[in-house]
Design a protein around this ligand. Structure first.
Ligand code: ADP
Ligand code: MG
Length: 275
């Protein structure tokens, strides 16, 4: 058994990468389930209209279900849309649904349109009886108002990088966007965590991408890499994370290991701040 302690302020992470298909949603749900399995209290906010995070967490998200859309557009309190996930006792999820596809445009005319998620989340965290340890926000692959809301609400950017061709393409754009958000909307935001995903040990390419990323970034890159694994990609079709679908698979083990690193690094950062 591993020993971890959950202390300190709630860590709010936006899982972002402007490329689609790099493992953002997979990382969000599996890290969330892994942290919950360690005893951490986690909220996942599904900001992608496709609702894949909600699916993997076994949370209803049809057109009639309450969703994060109601929070962003109709001022419904976040607590009214948050649902328990069967993936963990301490894991809850604010689901997306199809209406969110229109939110990108509807937000344009809203008051404080960049801050709506931040405001709703602050109220929710204040009202909750039990402190949350993590909030993980699954972003769509574009820099629209949904992603800007996530960047504005978060304290940390969590960047999954797929070990494939063109992995680093678009990264400078993402870093530029983070700088812009820091300057205008959220000075606390920092890129804290990079996770290499879909690593294929049989290819030189995977190793090359990993080396290149570790050359560019130092402290941010987790030691753990997530292997490419069929079990990881199968799990969502059973409405599950790989942590519950096949807890002994290489993917589940790697995601638990990565979660442990994230939790431990956080507490190390907090200690540095204290001294
Ligand atoms: P994004 O949210 O960035 O668009 P996803 O998490 O949806 O990316 O992943 C894209 C695709 O890759 C999905 O079909 C997913 O099941 C698959 N996938 C993600 N991680 C892995 C992995 N470690 N091994 C195998 N397939 C993976
Ligand atoms: Mg996704």
């Amino acid at each position: 058994d591993v020993e971890v302690s959950f202390t300190g302020p709630t860590r709010i992470m936006t899982i972002s990468n402007q490329k689609g298909g790099v493992g953002k949603t997979t990382t969000t749900v599996n890290i969330a389930a892994a942290i919950a399995s360690l005893g951490g209290r986690v909220l996942v906010i599904d900001l992608d209209p496709q609702g894949n995070a909600s699916t993997a967490l076994g949370v209803p998200h049809n057109a009639e279900s309450p969703s994060i859309y109601d929070v962003l557009i109709d001022d419904v309190p976040l607590k009214d849309v948050v649902q328990q996930s069967p993936e963990g006792e301490t894991l809850v999820c604010a689901p997306s649904n199809i209406h969110l596809a229109g939110a990108e445009i509807e937000l344009v005319t809203q008051v404080a349109r960049e801050q709506r998620l931040k405001t709703a989340l602050a109220e929710y965290l204040e009202d909750r009886e039990e402190r949350l340890d993590f909030v993980l926000i699954d972003c769509p692959p574009s820099l629209g108002l949904l992603t800007i809301n996530a960047f504005t609400a978060a304290t940390e950017v969590f960047l999954p990088i797929q070990c494939e061709y063109y992995a680093l393409e678009g990264l400078s754009q993402l870093l530029g966007n983070v700088k812009m958000i820091q300057k205008h909307l959220n000075p606390r935001l920092r890129l804290s965590t990079i996770l290499l995903t879909m690593f294929d040990a049989r290819t030189r390419l995977s190793q090359q991408v990993a080396d290149e990323v570790r050359g560019h970034f130092t402290g941010e890159v987790l030691d753990t890499v997530i292997p490419r694994s069929v079990r990881v990609s199968e799990a969502p079709s059973f409405g599950q994370t790989v942590i519950t679908y096949d807890g002994n698979s290489a993917g589940a083990i790697a995601y638990r290991e990565a979660a442990l690193e994230i939790v431990r690094r956080g507490s190390a950062d907090a200690k540095e701040g204290e001294s």
